[in-house]
Ligand binder design. Structure first.
Ligand code: SAH
Length: 353
């Protein structure tokens, strides 16, 4: 039975047309599913009774199921969500002063195998469907965790969003749909390990999120070692795609740079980074590495080194800030998301929750 949850306007309209029903019902259905979050078609009172019955008998409404939550002392919440088609993903809510950000997953596992990222150790289990992506947000809304004010959504959870391009962009369109959650596209960020052609494709999308590019190294030698995708799209090719982004959209994007002590945090790295970024319409986020002892053989530089790197880059005219991690104690920070039971040797680390 087909899943109604996650269908876009066109598919809903087509379904209604096939039934001989007016297509404006597609707007009502999306309002029920994504704005009011009423998931039982029988309760959709502004639709004709016969159509409600038909929707209920033809379709499932399935957005996954929340299986577990963990809360860190800084207010970060991690949700484990069991997916419609099998598999479990993690989704993280972060609070910073007056801002709430939800970090969502786009795949179960990930194919890119970045060496410093725990999700990379899982390999790709599968792509998520549109409804499985949007569903993660609906669970946080159901729990009342997002509050009343507008929130941000970042595709920085498990998976490489641009590897699951169609579903991720369809989710962006749904999230910004005035008949759905109605988020501004500026509140949505898609972070990529550097799929250059997909960056260029996304630059031409009519509904386009903010772009973040995980740079993480200043030489191809190191970047290829840390991020195998660099062998396919080396730094120069990636920067070219970033230039296309600027040319096509006129919008700045973000670079992310995970700081790995003794590996990519030398004075020479800082020199190369400032040369690379100077004059680019981009801002830089430094992310001190989040450790997962027993799994990832890296460490963050000392706090003072992180601050010194930032200050040097600021002096050289780079728009830079530090993203101090949140939720690390709930194993909810960047690069710490993975379903441990699916990793080989599972159970070797204790959850600190
Ligand atoms: N696949 C996408 C999105 C997921 S990762 C991407 O690569 O951008 C989101 C961010 O977390 C990326 O910038 C990634 O480089 C960073 N990251 C991964 N593992 C990390 C870790 N252990 N500590 C800190 N940041 C990490």
């Amino acid at each position: 039975m087909a899943n109604l949850y996650g269908l876009d306007r066109e598919s809903l309209a087509q379904y209604l047309a096939d039934l001989g029903a007016p297509t404006y019902h597609a707007d009502q259905i999306r309002r029920w599913l994504y704005a009011r979050r009423e998931f039982d078609p029988q309760a959709w009172t502004d639709l004709p009774k016969s159509l409600r019955a038909r929707l209920a008998s033809d379709h499932r409404v399935d957005r996954g199921r929340i299986a577990d939550t963990a809360t860190a002392t800084d207010g970060t919440v991690k949700y484990a969500i069991d997916m419609v088609l099998g598999g479990r993903v993690e989704c993280v809510l972060m609070r910073q002063r007056d801002r709430v950000t939800l970090c969502v997953s786009s795949q179960v596992g990930c194919a890119l195998a970045c060496d410093f990222c725990l999700t990379g150790r899982m390999g790709l289990v599968r792509h998520l469907e549109v409804g499985e992506i949007v569903g993660q947000i609906s669970w946080a809304q159901d729990r009342g965790d997002l509050g009343e004010r507008p929130f941000n959504v970042v595709f920085m959870g498990m998976g490489e969003p641009l590897h699951n391009y169609d579903a991720v962009l369809a989710a962006v369109r749904l999230l910004t749909d005035p008949n759905g959650p109605g988020l501004s596209r500026r509140r949505i960020t898609v972070s990529t390990a550097g799929l250059a052609p997909a960056i260029e494709r996304m630059a031409r999308e009519p509904v386009r999120p903010h772009l973040a590019v995980s740079l993480n190294a200043t030489t191809d030698e190191l970047r290829s070692r840390l991020m195998p995708i660099n062998r396919r799209y080396p730094i120069e090719r990636l920067l070219e795609a970033c230039s296309v982004w600027w040319r096509e959209t006129g919008e700045r994007h973000t670079f992310e740079y995970v700081l790995l002590g003794g590996l990519n945090d030398s004075a020479a790295d800082v020199d190369r980074l400032s040369t690379m970024l100077r004059g680019r319409p981009a801002k830089l986020n430094l992310i001190p590495f989040n450790p997962v002892p027993g799994w990832l053989p890296y460490q963050a530089p000392d706090r003072s080194r992180v601050i010194a790197i930032r200050d040097t880059l600021l002096d050289r005219g780079v728009a830079v800030s530090i993203r101090w991690s949140r939720g690390a104690e709930a194993r909810a920070a960047c690069g710490q998301l993975a379903v441990l039971s699916e990793l080989s040797g599972a159970g070797t680390i204790e959850e600190s929750q």
